[in-house]
Design a protein around this ligand. Structure first.
Ligand SMILES: C[S@@+](CC[C@H](N)C(=O)[O-])C[C@H]1O[C@@H](n2cnc3c(N)ncnc32)[C@H](O)[C@@H]1O
Length: 263
């Protein structure tokens, strides 16, 4: 019988390969197989060793070419065949990444699992724009929420709890529902002028940003037709974007940035 392999659930970060952890890079170098998501950037996929079998299992909105149950099975099968497997996921595996479901399936099959954290998209977006997620006097906390519910069912969020002017709200997977999200937050009393930043493909050369307000963000998103994974930062901290010197931002950013700044 072959030795059993193991699986590393690795966070690839938001896209910039320099935001990978040393541990992530080292582990990719050990892999016999790398099972990767759609959101892992081309720049990071280029780091997969040619000796490793690269297996795409990417899910796109409304299209799940490889169902989650099958992804779990693939991981189990590869490890049972004695392979060292890297399961490469965008951002951090523990934040809207279903990493815990994969870990549970592997544990149930008796396969050793190690989780290697990644920089979540919100942190990458904060770094490249200079918009902090918390800031003394503006935001005492931050909440990461999903703007998409299972199977396109209606959003079932605690709108009253989310509408806290002292808390920065980061909405993942919210592009399709931003109109509903903004409307619900306005209904709960957040100001129409509350600043909102939308950022797509943060930390990559394809990055684009829109700065707007809660009452206008939905219209601007519809008009801009930004492509790629996008998140929204909603809160007073977004106003600090303008106070961030350009040279500080350019340390983190690379490539041309397309910006649509709404005064
Ligand atoms: C399934 S979730 C995965 C989140 C990931 N585990 C993380 O920690 O960033 C996918 C969502 O993350 C956000 N996202 C991921 N990468 C991004 C990027 N480079 N720029 C902006 N948003 C990103 C988008 O909201 C996207 O719809």
């Amino acid at each position: 019988m072959k030795n059993q392999g193991r699986v590393y659930l690795v966070g690839a970060g938001p896209g910039d390969p320099e935001l990978l952890t040393l541990k992530a890079v080292r582990t990719m170098g050990l892999a016999h197989a790398v099972v990767y998501d759609r959101l892992v950037s081309d720049e990071i996929l280029a780091l997969i060793p040619t000796s490793a079998h690269a297996i795409p299992v990417g899910k796109a909105p409304k299209s799940h070419p490889v169902p989650q149950e099958r992804i779990n099975e693939i991981l189990v099968e590869l490890a049972q065949a004695g392979q060292t497997v890297v399961r490469l996921k965008g951002g951090d595996p523990s934040i809207f990444g279903r990493g815990s479901e994969e870990a549970a399936a592997l544990h149930a099959a008796g396969i050793p699992v190690e989780i290697i954290p990644g920089i979540t998209a919100a942190q990458g977006a904060a770094a490249v724009t200079g918009v902090p997620l918390t800031h003394r006097g503006l935001a005492t906390g931050v909440r990461y929420v999903t703007g998409h519910c299972r199977g396109d069912s209606p959003l079932d969020l605690d709108w009253a709890g989310l509408a806290d002017p002292q808390t920065t709200l980061v909405v993942y997977m919210g592009a399709a529902n931003i109109r509903e999200i903004a409307t619900k937050l306005l209904e709960q009393g957040l100001p129409t002028s509350l600043p909102v930043m939308a950022i797509a493909n943060a930390t990559t050369p394809r990055e684009s940003r829109i700065f707007s307000r809660l009452e206008t963000i939905a219209v601007e998103i519809a008009a801009a037709r930004l492509e790629g994974p996008m998140l929204f930062v909603i809160g007073s901290v977004v106003s600090l974007y303008r106070s961030c010197p350009a040279e500080v931002m350019s340390v983190f950013s690379y490539g041309p940035l397309r910006e649509a700044v709404n005064a």
